[in-house]
Design a protein around this ligand. Structure first.
Ligand SMILES: *Cc1c(COP(=O)(O)O)cnc(C)c1O
Length: 238
């Protein structure tokens, strides 16, 4: 087993610890999703062996080899990972990932909610979803505009097989990570505002935010799930 992953994990843990200390948070409020989209099956297995059992992928085409090898046997094995779909999802692809990926982090429109709900009802499962919000307003980013969020959440109530559990955002890449703070702070404030209203049903408590470049700022602003690729499992050429 390579020591690189072990070292990276130690390094990331230390930085998480310091971010928690700076912001008065407990380490156990934050979960790591190891984003394996840039790495091989072997590296993904190594991450699992290191106890990183939340795995994130953003495209089914790239994920399926790994998913089939690790989780495809259909047995609920000890140490099975929990898969997170973090990429943008076309409605007609929902049938591929629902039932395989436990969490969806990119719910941002009713047509997708429709597709997820339909597949989930066939499987008789309830899918925990994060609602993706485009806080920064960049054109290249997916997600609802902040002002659409409350209506969207009210409309989600009619989808019985979807359980909204939190909000997700991606900050623009900044050479100086501190610059991302307003984006993360705004997502936290949206969540808090939402939870003062009845639409939230008391379940939209999580914040999926923070990546390799900016996870410490995200933690300081309240992230409960951080999505780490490059800095943790690395990036491999194929
Ligand atoms: C790729 C990706 C990540 C991880 O990116 P890194 O910068 O390598 O940590 C996190 N979230 C989403 C939505 C991604 O697509």
């Amino acid at each position: 087993m390579s020591t690189t992953l072990e070292h990276r994990l130690l390094h990331v843990e230390e930085r998480i610890r310091q971010a928690c200390e700076r912001s008065g948070r407990n380490r156990d409020e934050i979960q790591i999703i190891a984003v394996t989209k840039y790495v091989s099956l072997a590296t993904t297995r190594e991450a699992l062996d290191r106890g990183l059992h939340h795995l994130g992928e953003n495209r089914w085409q790239d994920a399926q080899v790994k998913w089939n090898a690790i989780s495809g046997s259909g047995q609920a094995e000890e140490g099975q990972p929990v898969w997170h779909f973090i990429g943008s999802l076309q409605s007609n692809k929902a049938k591929d990932v629902i039932g395989k990926f436990t969490y969806i982090h990119s719910l941002d429109r009713l047509s997708l909610a429709e597709a997820i709900n339909k597949r989930a009802s066939q499987l008789d499962i309830v899918v925990p979803c994060f609602i993706q919000v485009n806080v920064s307003g960049e054109n290249s980013k997916q997600g609802l505009a902040p002002e659409q969020l409350f209506d969207f959440v009210s409309q989600l109530r009619s989808y019985r097989f979807i359980k909204p559990v939190g909000l997700m955002t991606m900050a623009p890449y900044e050479a100086e990570p501190e610059q991302t703070r307003p984006v993360f702070k705004a997502l936290r404030e949206l969540r808090d505002k939402l939870n003062r209203r009845s639409e939230a049903m008391g379940t939209i408590t999580h914040l999926s935010m923070g990546m390799s470049n900016d996870f410490e700022v995200a933690i300081e602003e309240g992230a409960t799930w951080i999505r780490l690729g490059t800095i943790l499992v690395g990036k491999e050429e194929d």
